[in-house]
Design a protein around this ligand. Structure first.
Ligand code: WTA
Length: 649
């Protein structure tokens, strides 16, 4: 089953922007002559001033630097909004679908979106936000989230979106790290009928770190306290602002946004993306991966990326690329299982969605509920399906293909990362025969390689750490405030290459199969979590002396969180403390970090030098206990017996 080959359907081979021949020609050019390739692709962006150098990059420590389209000047919102006004001003840009299907949705044309963004950009200016200032955005999936991001980009401010599911503590840490002085939020968010107290979370965060301004969107209408002199009402402020705002002229390498993501160690990193390369890269990948072009009747296909704007997928493939490409897109506030498990498919029918892009975790959860929820809807508008965020297991792939797409829709399984800005390894619907579970082939300009543990490139069919050997325009440029950490994290493991943190297999046909993270990052429901983050939350609890966290297989989430906890000597671990610790982690980080298992352990398996042997903890969590490997180097091998005896069933 896993190697089954699904050839490109004829209609796609004939009509797609990129067919097999175009893929191989363009790919070859993109890696043999990147300057020529990107010179041409950069034409998709309107430059205020042309760039003089396409690419100037080096991954070597001695002269490490990454610069694309130097000398070029642009504003990304001029590309996402202004240039559409003449040709598609009255075309719908965003169709907003609320959490509750009985509530009123919204449609926003390009002309309206332009005005809303300009107006809010003026609100930001009135709150002293200037080019280069960091603006924290903590909003639900409402159009104002995109409006806020674009308003920042309009005036050259750097947005830092914090997923609205993060806790006040996590929010405070991110505000502090990038020293932002303003937070944009809403009274409440709504997910599956449940209110999320966003303003209350902001107030709690601001007890730890002060900012001068908070702008609050009235969304549910909940009564939220406003702090005199600090808090302003979004609509009130917007009503007073003009709807014209010149787009700030930005250098190609000026920062566009920061997005925090988890790594193997320490606090989440502020991944920084810049303007020109990101604009070219995201719009190009969006156009080719989703074959985004006008329908035969001239209309633009309705496109729906179900990711939250709190994650990179929502940045690249909701806020920026679709708008740059003049798309009509859905923005959905809610969840796939509310009011019931048909919601995705009902929205697809309601708005004639042609292209749908979602995470495997949602698909697995829906698959479990049976086919009826899908088959009772029509889905006849669907032409193309996409997957992102984690490996899609062949069973879920098959279900997505057979039941949701009725075998007529190709699936683009896009592998990429917050750091990469856009899709790196992915099928193209008109060019790639599909193998379920394989992200297949590299995007133009991407040079993936599989190395051995010494960093030597392996040829042919092989498996090992995945690296990228040359830069691409959408690559992150630094870790905000810590350039050294950027180099150390990504370029020091295998010198000269960008290390992805993922393991990968390449088969005889040159298809890439991502096997998952090989560092201490786990992927829970497509959300990245550093084991170190969960550990530090646990040890912050007064009863905990030590903690080690690993991933465990989970049917729906892909990976779950398995925590080994050593309590202080005077504390007994039991169900009560277990429940308390779970609650504690949710409060410290957010519900996405909820441990699935907490196992109390009097000792953790450590080497004589004190390093925790995670390999053993992983095996126990995976229930692969026949295969623990060599435990003789442990300082105290008997701790393993205890771990095994008390393993969570
Ligand atoms: C994983 C999300 C397999 C991978 C865009 C990567 C995937 C991490 C896929 C990045 C895929 C993402 N197949 N694994 N199609 N897409 N991943 O930064 O482990 O939230 O390193 O970016 O998700 O997660 P991030």
């Amino acid at each position: 089953m896993t190697d089954a080959n699904f050839p490109v359907p004829d209609a796609w081979a004939q009509n797609a922007l990129i067919d097999k021949l175009a893929y191989s020609q363009k790919y070859d050019l993109s890696v043999s002559d990147p300057e020529a390739f990107w010179q041409e692709e950069a034409k998709r962006i309107d430059w205020i001033e042309p760039f003089h150098t396409v690419k100037d990059t080096s991954f070597n420590e001695a002269d490490f630097h990454i610069r694309w389209f130097e000398g070029g000047k642009l504003n990304i919102t001029a590309n996402a909004l202004d240039r559409h006004l003449e040709t598609r001003g009255d075309q719908t840009a965003i169709i907003w679908e609320p959490d509750d299907p009985a509530s009123e949705g919204r449609t926003i044309t390009y002309r309206e979106l332009h005005a809303l963004v300009c107006r809010f950009a003026n609100v930001l200016k009135a709150h002293q936000v200037k080019k280069g200032d960091r603006v924290t955005i903590y909003l639900p999936m409402v159009p104002e989230a995109v409006i806020a991001m674009l308003a920042c980009a309009r005036i050259g401010a750097v947005h830092s979106v914090v997923f609205a599911g993060f806790s006040p503590d996590a929010l405070a840490g991110r505000i502090e790290d990038c020293q932002s002085n303003i937070v944009l939020t809403a009274d409440e968010g709504l997910r599956g009928g449940k209110p999320i107290p966003l303003k209350a979370n902001v107030d709690a965060a601001l007890e730890k770190v002060a900012v001068d301004h908070v702008i609050v969107l009235k969304h549910t209408g909940a009564d939220v306290p406003m702090v005199e002199g600090r808090d302003a009402d979004w609509h009130g402020a917007a009503a007073e602002a003009a709807d014209h705002c010149d787009a700030q002229v930005m250098d190609a390498e000026d920062p566009l946004f920061i997005l925090y993501t988890s790594g193997s160690t320490g606090k989440p990193k502020g991944v920084l993306h810049t303007t020109g390369g990101y604009a070219v890269w995201t719009s190009m990948t969006h156009q080719y991966v989703f074959d985004y072009q006008p329908n035969p009747d001239g209309s633009m296909p309705v496109y729906w990326c179900a990711a939250d704007v709190g994650w990179v997928t929502g940045h690249s493939y909701v806020a920026y690329a679709p708008l740059i490409n003049g798309a009509t897109q859905i923005m959905f506030e809610g969840v796939p299982n509310y009011p019931d498990h048909s919601r995705f498919w009902e929205i697809i029918d309601k708005h004639n969605v042609e292209i749908f892009y979602a995470a495997p975790t949602a698909l697995r959860a829906l698959m479990r509920e049976g086919d009826d929820y899908v088959t009772r809807t029509s889905r006849k508008s669907l032409r193309l399906l996409g997957s992102v965020g984690e490996p899609i297991n062949p069973e879920a792939w098959d279900w997505y293909h057979r039941v949701v797409g009725e075998r007529r829709c190709p699936i683009v399984d896009t592998w990429w990362q917050t750091e990469t800005g856009g899709a790196m390894i992915t099928p193209l619907p008109g060019a790639t025969d599909l193998k379920p579970g394989s992200a297949s082939k590299p995007m133009f300009g991407v040079k993936p390689e599989i190395v051995d543990n010494d960093g030597t490139i392996q040829f042919g069919a092989t498996e090992g750490p995945l690296v990228i050997t040359d830069s691409w325009p959408g690559q992150m440029r630094t870790v905000y405030g810590d350039h050294d950490r950027f180099f150390q994290t990504y370029f020091s493991t295998f010198p000269g290459y960008y290390f992805t943190g993922d393991g990968c297999r390449r088969d005889d046909d040159g298809y890439y199969w991502i096997t998952g993270r090989i560092d201490d990052v786990i992927n829970v429901s497509g959300h990245r979590m550093g084991t170190a983050e969960v550990e530090s939350a646990l040890v912050a609890h007064p009863s905990v002396s030590e903690a080690a966290v690993v991933g465990m297989p989970h049917d729906i989430k892909g990976q779950g969180i398995y925590a080994y906890v050593t309590t202080n000597a005077d504390v007994e671990g039991g169900d009560e403390l277990r429940a308390e610790l779970v609650k504690w982690v949710r409060k410290e980080i957010g519900p996405i970090a909820t441990p699935d298992v907490v196992q109390f352990a009097p000792g953790l398996p450590k080497t004589r030098s004190g390093k925790i042997m995670r390999r053993i903890l992983r095996k126990i969590a995976e229930n692969d206990v026949g295969n623990l490997g060599d435990t003789s180097t442990l300082a105290d091998p008997s701790v393993v017996d205890d771990l095994l005896a008390n393993r969570a069933k």
